[in-house]
Design a protein around this ligand. Structure first.
Ligand code: NAI
Length: 666
């Protein structure tokens, strides 16, 4: 038997009442994840408990976390890369599942206590226990995020969550990869007991062991959905709903999960066995490998924000309450900050503030929280907030001399150590900074439209920007829950630069006679969230023409220019390349063959990839991976393809008709 004092990732001790406490506290890590060593040590713990039970020394087992917050965030994604073939995956999974079965079969009560995240493999371990206690804390969340990594739960979480919550509740949660609050999880049957805070967990767990608590499995109506023919009907409904959000060819995991449920959901023991068999091919697929890469890229972006700066931004001042400024202000408020909003026009401020009600409604569940958010968004027509702000963001008209004049004034009012930033999308930071007394202080913090939906924010380092201010800019972006990407001050930065040639080339194809519907559908078939023509209409054709000019591509004589001249600017004016009705394009009903759409889709992204290569070669960002990260999170570039550079390097069979250089970049 393993000597329990040699454990590295767990602590194990038995108290005077015979309750064994297994405390998960992964060595050298801020969060607990289930990797090879933690599972081996868990196996040793279970063996020790079995012996202790036989010898009547142990009367119960409690799992708890040794971290201040967070039970288990899931399986250790870093170790997934070692699982390269289906056989190895199946072997590993069978071992883990045999261990969870052993825990479930222990003849003494097994209790799991949860504070903070309990996700994926962590929830699967919890579901193998007999009783689950969670804190009511806002940060306590349970869920299965596996589909986001191109897989589904593999430690028998599919069958056990259905057993506890019923298929109607468990399946949608797994299909969406969503995380639910502790109270909702209790309503579903995934959690058995709620306590106020972490200090109550130990006592509640002790009581549950002494009272031999056992979670009831779902009964009555909750089991109906698993019976035939209801199961078949539910599966079909879930297929239709899932297909609205993701294409099966791009994201097969949720569809395989529905198949698994449809075939085996009536017999949970069989479902457990089939889960492993259907899981393995997903795990070794390119899709899952690429989605895991995207996860790592997101971590890489988060790491652009340095830790331990000793600077916590709390007050933000935004100047310009137009399309961007108002939403930037709203987003900062929704992230807990206090924001003063300035504009030349008091009407623009009032309109900008009123427009945030929708975001606050989505973000905050209670009226008290919504009211508090409203109180944190302050109209400030005279700019009184500048001197108190930790971060000042300018989002006024895109004219260098107007911005320069504004910053000359801001510079005199700013408090020491505060960040001074522009949201410009096309002017060089050093040009705006030129007349300043301290030009090194200005950086760019470039948001994308719509602010609430776009996860990326480019943090622009001007030629003279100070390193410390760039770091603070990143820390601020991370503090409002966005991904920062440090980029050099160069036309289009990263995102607009790669989008420009892609959209221009698509427009040229259209001018040469290709149907816009076909172009847009081909881009979606490739995996883009929206086609380039519809995207141009959504961004605004005036903005597109302007960005094109910045990138050295005049729209003169083109259909784009004609539309701009006649004020047909796209979605915002009701007509651009498309006619727009109720926020949607009116499309023709022509259909196209899959093969021609696939070929066209690959050709459409060629100019984007070529530009991404230039961005990499010119070192606009630190590394090739960061180019991929920026393009995925800034443009929505098909995540399952792992990024433009990764896709190009790994393309196996290319049936792309390359664009002639004259077409790609004139
Ligand atoms: P907008 O035209 O919607 O709003 C600009 C606002 O600034 C107006 O309300 C105007 O009254 C106000 N303003 C002008 N001069 C001012 C001054 N001296 N002091 C105070 N307020 C003043 O413009 P939008 O689209 O919000 O763009 C703002 C900035 O953000 C620009 O630099 C633009 O390049 C950049 N940007 C725009 C994006 C977009 O999709 N619209 C995306 C990313 C950046």
């Amino acid at each position: 038997m393993t000597d329990m004092s040699t454990l590295k990732d767990w602590r194990f001790d038995t108290d005077g009442e015979g309750i064994a406490w297994a405390t998960f506290d992964r060595e050298g890590e801020s969060q607990n994840s289930l990797g090879r060593r933690p599972l081996e040590e868990l196996a040793a713990i279970v063996e020790a408990v079995e012996i202790g039970v036989r010898e009547k020394r142990i009367s119960g087992l409690v799992f708890q976390s040794g971290k201040a917050k967070g039970f288990i965030v899931g399986a250790d994604v870093r170790e997934f890369e070692q699982l390269t073939d289906e056989r190895t995956v199946i072997e590993n999974i069978r071992n883990a599942n045999a261990l969870l079965d052993k825990i479930e079969k222990l003849p003494v009560p097994v209790v799991c206590t949860i504070h903070g995240f309990c996700l994926g493999g962590g929830l699967e371990l919890a579901l193998a226990c007999h009783w689950r206690i969670a804190t009511r804390d806002e940060g306590t969340r349970v869920g299965f995020p596996e589909v986001k990594l191109g897989i589904f739960p593999g430690f028998n979480g599919t069958a056990r969550s259905i057993r506890q919550a019923g298929a109607m509740a468990a399946m949608p949660m797994m299909l969406a990869g969503s995380m639910v609050r502790a109270s909702a999880a209790k309503g579903m049957g995934l959690i058995d007991e709620l306590v106020a805070g972490p200090s109550n967990l130990r006592w509640a767990a002790r009581r549950a062991v002494l009272k031999k608590k056992r979670s009831p499995v779902a009964g009555g109506l909750k089991t109906l959905a698993s019976k035939w023919p209801a199961r078949g009907m539910l599966a079909n409904k879930m297929r239709t709903e899932t297909a609205k959000k993701a294409r099966e060819a791009h994201y097969p995991a949720p569809f395989r999960l529905i198949d698994l449920f449809e075939k085996h959901g009536g017999n949970l023991d069989r479902m457990k066995v089939a889960e492993t068999e259907m899981f393995a091919p997903l795990m070794v697929s390119d899709t899952s490998r690429n989605l895991r890469r995207v996860f790592k890229l997101s971590e890489m972006l988060k790491a652009q924000a340095p830790k331990g700066l000793g600077w916590t931004p709390q007050r933000v001042h935004v100047i310009g309450a137009g399309v961007m400024g108002a939403d930037i202000a709203g987003w900062c408020v929704a992230s807990g900050m206090e924001v003063t909003l300035q504009d030349l026009s008091p009407e623009a401020i009032a309109k900008g503030i009123a427009a945030q009600a929708k975001l606050f409604g989505r973000k905050f569940k209670t009226k008290a929280l919504r009211d508090a958010a409203k109180a944190r968004l302050i109209a400030d027509p005279t700019g009184a907030g500048i001197g108190r702000a930790d971060v000042v963001i300018e989002a006024i008209v895109e004219r260098v001399e107007v911005k320069q004049k504004l910053f000359l004034d801001i510079e005199t009012k700013l408090k020491p150590g505060a960040v001074m930033a522009t949201n410009t999308s096309s002017i060089m930071i050093e040009d705006i900074a030129k007349p300043l007394v301290d030009p090194g202080r200005l950086i760019g913090i470039h948001f994308f439209n719509p602010v609430a939906q776009m996860p990326l924010v480019e943090v622009i380092r001007g030629a003279g920007s100070r390193d410390e201010d760039v770091k603070k800019g990143c820390a601020f972006v991370a503090a409002i829950d966005k991904f920062p990407l440090i980029t050099k001050s160069a036309p289009g930065f990263v995102v607009n630069r790669v989008l420009g040639p892609y959209m221009m080339a698509a427009m040229e194809r259209m001018e040469k006679g290709e149907s816009k519907e076909k172009i847009d559908e081909a881009a979606r078939v490739f995996g883009m969230p929206m086609g380039p023509i519809e995207l141009a209409d959504t961004v605004g054709l005036d903005v597109c023409a302007h960005v094109g000019k910045i990138l050295g591509k005049s729209a003169e004589g083109s259909k784009l220019q004609k539309l701009v001249d006649t004020k047909k600017l796209g979605k915002k004016s009701g007509e651009g390349f498309y006619v727009w009705k109720d926020g949607k394009t009116v499309k023709g009903d022509a259909t196209f063959s899959k093969a021609e759409l696939e070929t066209l889709g690959r050709a459409l992204v060629e100019p984007l990839i070529a530009e991404a290569e230039k961005v990499r070669d010119e070192k606009i960002v630190e590394s090739a991976d960061l180019v991929d990260a920026g393009v995925i999170f800034g443009t929505g570039f098909a995540p399952f393809r792992g990024g433009p550079l990764h896709y190009k390097a790994n393309e196996k069979t290319s049936n792309v008709t390359p664009l002639r250089p004259a077409q790609a970049a004139e």
